[in-house]
Design a protein around this ligand. Structure first.
Ligand code: G
Ligand code: G
Ligand code: MN
Ligand code: NA
Length: 254
């Protein structure tokens, strides 16, 4: 497959980049963390969406290389922000299903944290609720191994993955990211505020932070605050921006 060959070259070369989407505290408006999101511009194929890039990587055995590239790049960017004297915020990376299930993520992280000098507690590892379900028996151990390294763990796309409370209570996660489908229906579906409230209550009883995704309207923020959710990301605040723009945004908050 030519696209897969192109991707292999891209990972080794300089066609891939990360953009960064701020996660904001609603009360202060301050950026508390940024999520790294993959971008690929290929000379021949143009822009290839990250969903497709990840699918190609998973299908053609490039998951290890791609995930390691993303993690390393995010850690190097963090170190760059430190070198500029910026107020440092945590940086989050998305881990693909194959990386989680088939490879030794803890081993990769150990090496990449060492190579980049990244402080582990400033790195947030995002795994979808769905991905943790693919390996339901070993997920608690897999995640405990990551916690041992000192990184933070966020359960991504939460609410869409059909995980049970029994599964959840065994996972040593720090954050739940409420899937954007619940936020986008806030004004349409009367049940959604109550679903958000129940996720917030669940998070509180497990001592986890909640982050809402896909916030596009001011009204969403008001509704989320009313249900006890105080952190979120979405186009209302900012889309994912390139490395120059995120430096400007971090500088601006002093
Ligand atoms: O940035 P955008 O909205 O186009 O991302 C689309 C999807 O691709 C999202 O679900 C996001 O989680 C995923 N994605 C973006 N970057 C990465 C990445 O570096 N690794 C993985 N596994 N998924 C990513
Ligand atoms: O799946 P994950 O949450 O990791 O990916 C975030 C994805 O959501 C990215 O593709 C990003 O571009 C997209 N996204 C971020 N903010 C918004 C938003 O406010 N609305 C919508 N529709 N998508 C968003
Ligand atoms: Mn994510
Ligand atoms: Na998500």
């Amino acid at each position: 497959n030519t696209l897969a060959r192109e991707l292999k070259t891209a990972i080794q070369g300089d066609e891939l980049s990360l953009h960064y989407q701020p996660v904001v505290a609603f009360d202060s408006g301050k950026i508390v963390s940024v999520e790294a999101l993959l971008r690929w511009h290929n000379p021949q194929y143009g822009y290839v969406s990250p969903v497709e890039v990840v699918a190609i990587a998973e299908q053609y055995g490039l998951a290890l290389e791609l995930n390691e590239w993303v993690i390393k790049q995010a850690c190097l960017q963090y170190q760059y922000w430190v070198s500029l004297g910026l107020e440092t915020v945590c940086v989050a990376v998305n881990i693909s299903p194959s990386m989680y299930v088939l490879h030794d993520l803890a081993a990769s992280l150990t090496r990449l944290l060492r190579e980049t000098g990244m402080p582990p507690e400033r790195l947030i590892v995002e795994v979808t609720e769905d991905t943790t379900m693919r390996d339901i028996e070993s997920s608690p151990d897999t995640l405990h191994n990551l916690k041992t390294l000192g990184v933070q763990i966020a359960l991504d796309d939460f609410g869409t993955g059909y995980s049970s409370l029994n599964h959840l209570k065994r996972l040593p996660v720090d954050k739940l990211k409420i899937d954007r489908s619940f936020i986008q229906d806030l004004n349409i579906t009367p049940k959604d505020p109550r679903i958000i409230r129940s996720i917030v209550n669940l998070a509180e009883s497990l001592d986890l932070q909640v982050i809402a995704e896909g916030i596009e309207f001011v009204q969403n923020v008001d509704d989320l605050i009313a249900e006890g959710c105080l952190l979120g990301q979405g186009y209302l605040f900012s889309k994912a921006v390139d490395s120059e723009r995120i430096v400007e945004m971090l500088s601006a908050q002093g």
